[in-house]
Write a protein that binds this ligand. Structure first.
Ligand SMILES: [Zn+2]
Length: 279
């Protein structure tokens, strides 16, 4: 069933576990994520980022994801990841997304607060949830690197009080697009932020986080864990193996089978670590 982020994060916050959000690019990964969640009987977040909606128009991708969510046997959120403008957020809301992230982390604090509040007001008309970001999670690829900076706990407190977001992305040591689990987590900083905000916190760039850290973080106020690279690697690397093993095969439905299975395996592995009511 399609649900909002707010609904599922409330339980996660109260009971100290985290819900996985996966960045998906099409039908194959989206359906594999939902199948894994159904096997574990856990809620999940299907996310689309700007790369995905540049590839497939948001109206088309949104309809497909919403249909998948509505048919699912577990609660599924359809979420826009890193909406950088109010226009793209509006498009997602119009397409029926149950949750949106507005990322004003590169803007001066006041402007980030002002725009995020406008998104919260807009999303409430659609009954959708909002995730904001304070501090800035950078990228492991130097070409993409913006000015990454840790979250300041007092800024986080002010941001939450002024905007009333349902979830808050924080920068505590992770980077986007890491291919190895090498992130060094700033636990002390996380504790300070948690103590000053009391809002479900979101970890971006979680592919780069060790399994043991993921487990620890999910009991310390991190309620949503964003994973993209790990399932893209599972899909892409398995696909390459399939091509090599079957040089004459050209039917992509056959070639997709094994990559989809591998995505399902990675999703189940990550979800088991993060815990939850039924994990
Ligand atoms: Zn992110």
């Amino acid at each position: 069933m399609l649900v909002t982020l707010k609904e599922i994060l409330k339980e996660a916050y109260k009971n100290k576990y985290a819900i996985a959000g996966f960045n998906v690019y099409g039908y194959e990964d989206a359906i594999s994520v939902v199948k894994a969640s159904e096997k574990l009987n856990l809620p999940v977040i299907l996310m689309t980022n700007v790369d995905a909606i540049n590839h497939m128009p948001i109206k088309i991708l949104g309809k497909m994801l919403i249909e998948i969510a509505e048919k699912a046997k577990v609660p599924v959120v359809v979420h826009l990841d890193h909406g950088k403008t109010i226009e793209v957020v509006k498009k997602a809301l119009e397409a029926g997304f149950s949750s949106v992230m507005y990322d004003g982390s590169a803007l001066p604090l006041e402007e980030n607060i002002r725009n995020t509040k406008a998104v919260v007001d807009l999303a409430s008309k659609y009954g959708a949830s909002v995730e904001g970001e304070i501090g800035s999670v950078g990228y492991s690829d130097p070409a993409l690197n913006s000015n990454a900076s840790y979250t300041d706990p007092s800024e986080a407190q002010l941001f939450f009080e002024k905007t009333g977001v349902d979830a808050l992305a924080v920068a505590i040591g992770t980077l986007h697009r890491m291919t190895e689990q090498e992130a060094v987590i700033q636990y002390e900083l996380l504790e300070q932020i948690e103590a000053m905000t009391h809002v479900p916190l979101v970890l971006h760039g979680s592919t780069g986080v060790k399994d043991s850290d993921l487990k620890k973080l999910s009991s310390k106020g991190i309620c949503k864990v964003n994973i993209g690279t790990a399932i893209r690697m599972a899909f892409g690397h398995t696909m390459r193996d399939e091509f090599n093993k079957n040089p004459l095969e050209f039917d992509r439905i056959k070639l997709f089978k094994e990559p989809m299975k591998q995505v399902e395996q990675v999703v189940m592995h990550k979800m088991r670590i993060l815990g939850g009511e039924n994990a």
